[in-house]
Design a protein around this ligand. Sequence first.
Ligand SMILES: [Zn+2]
Length: 67
Amino acid sequence: MNQEPTCRCGFDRHHPWVVEKPRYSPSKWLAVLTGISVIPKTVVVACDQCGFVFEESDDLERRKRMI
Ligand SMILES: [Zn+2]
């Protein structure tokens, strides 16, 4: 049982559909929508097709790269 986790589509985290995305807290969304750059609360590695989250990180350097 040493298999990589896969999402509902059968992709593992190295698949091109699986991408890093910023996640913002609800209060930050307003700033994002008005075009202000904010550091996301967390960065998730998620499938772009079904939304399955492989990993969630609150590492500051990774979050800054999302701006
Ligand atoms: Zn998927």
